[in-house]
Design a binder for this molecule. Structure first.
Ligand code: NI
Length: 181
């Protein structure tokens, strides 16, 4: 199947699942699929700057990265649609909510590191996409925390993709202008 058809089939599936929970892009009234397509856009452009990149795996993981965390989709249903590789990747990108909140990111990053580099790329692309002007309701403390988390993501996964590491590094610098020191 060509990558354009894969994109269309996957984004329809993802959009439907997130829409059924009325999920919005945080701080906006935009449907959540806007976030998913932004991550996919980063991945499509990254594929032109990355050798030996499995675009089908990365694109599916990008469009589906929040589906197990945020919608009622079961692992079994998901795996029957998308197969084992995409499922394992998306599971690594999914927080384990049984752990204390402060341990969830480190745990997910550890599981991402055991996955192919395309899954690392999705996590980098996700944070690049999310490092926009923070909602006006965010406290300075929350912005600092978000900034520091982004730096941990870069330090942990940046070696997996030079193009995305350089984009994330620039975005982190830009984000510092929203923080009062
Ligand atoms: Ni995301």
């Amino acid at each position: 199947m060509d990558i354009q058809t894969i994109y269309q089939d996957t984004i329809k599936y993802a959009a439907g699942k997130h829409e059924s929970t009325s999920q919005k892009v945080p701080g906006t009234n935009l449907p959540y699929v806007v976030h998913l397509s932004n991550v996919a856009m980063e991945i499509l452009i990254t594929s032109r700057h990355t050798d030996n990149f499995n675009l089908e795996l990365a694109l599916k993981a990008a469009l589906l990265h929040d589906i197990l965390e945020d919608t009622g989709t079961t692992k079994e249903e998901f795996e029957s649609h998308f197969g084992a590789d995409v499922t394992h990747g998306v599971l690594a990108l999914t927080k384990n909510e049984d752990l204390p909140k402060e341990d969830q990111m480190a745990d997910s990053l550890k599981r991402i590191k055991a996955q192919p580099l395309e899954i690392w790329a999705v996590k980098l692309a996700d944070r690049i996409t999310n490092l926009q002007k923070p909602p006006s309701t965010w406290s300075n403390e929350k912005k600092i925390k978000y900034h520091d988390e982004a730096q941990i993501i870069l330090d942990t996964l940046g070696s997996g993709n030079a193009y995305l590491a350089s984009r994330l590094s620039a975005k982190i610098k830009e984000y510092e202008s929203y923080i009062n020191s």
